[in-house]
Design a protein around this ligand. Structure first.
Ligand code: GLN
Length: 218
């Protein structure tokens, strides 16, 4: 299974490590051509306005939308979740806008900017998931095709819509691989024929650095 991690900014390396520990071939994605031949893509946490601006500049919006239509599975964590959302409360920042959810940024308030909590995620079994929230968003409302997988205090923090998965928290910052495994298993369960085939020329790779795990700057 070949899974990319979008490497504009944010917690890239941690996702690459988690994917490798799940047995995947994990690659950084810095140019749209690198979307080709991927089964899945992770959009990491970081600063969603920065990641979004860079995605726009590098031509990722049309390329990823097309790849998603061709069957690419996409998992957005935190800022990545914001970038997947159709609607971002009080913001017109650039986004993919392919998941039928309304998200609110920095939504847990100042008192709870960053926190860890044992989260009940029924699909992972009885053992709770230690979830790390960093200036996290939540999903305020979701369309009918969205399956809510976990909530915290009545707020949706993990959800799925078809081949899209989104979490408000950062599973890559813990050793618990269950959410990455879930994402990867679903990629393999659904098909082999829907590998994304799209890629258009863009800028050179050397303009980006490898990884910058500076999550939660906004
Ligand atoms: N607060 C950030 C944003 O709105 C997200 C933080 C994160 O990804 N940890 O983009």
């Amino acid at each position: 299974m070949r899974v990319g991690v979008l490497a504009m900014q944010g917690a890239v390396r941690e996702h690459l490590d988690a994917l490798r520990r799940c047995g995947c071939e994990a690659v950084t994605v810095k140019r749209v051509e690198q979307l080709k031949d991927l089964h899945g893509l992770i959009i990491p946490g970081g600063e969603s306005t920065t990641i979004g601006e860079l995605m726009r500049e590098y031509g990722f919006f049309p390329a990823i939308k097309q790849a998603a239509e061709n069957g690419l599975g996409i998992y957005g964590t935190c800022a990545g979740m914001i970038l997947l959302a159709k609607e971002i409360r009080d913001s017109d920042q650039p986004r993919l806008g392919i998941m039928d959810v309304v998200v609110r940024r920095n939504a847990f308030g100042r008192q709870r900017e960053s926190f860890e909590i044992d989260l009940d995620i029924p699909l992972l079994g009885e053992h709770p998931f230690r979830a790390v929230f960093i200036r996290a968003p939540y999903i305020e409302s979701a369309g009918p095709a969205v399956e809510v997988l976990a909530s915290l205090g009545g707020k949706i923090v993990l959800a799925r819509e078809g081949r899209l998965l989104a979490s408000a928290f950062h599973p890559e910052l813990t050793d618990d691989l269950r959410i990455h495994q879930y994402f990867v298993q679903r990629l393999s369960a659904q098909d082999t024929g829907a590998i994304a085939k799209r890629g258009t020329p863009s800028r050179s790779e050397s303009e980006h650095e490898e990884e910058r795990p500076e999550v939660g700057t906004a």
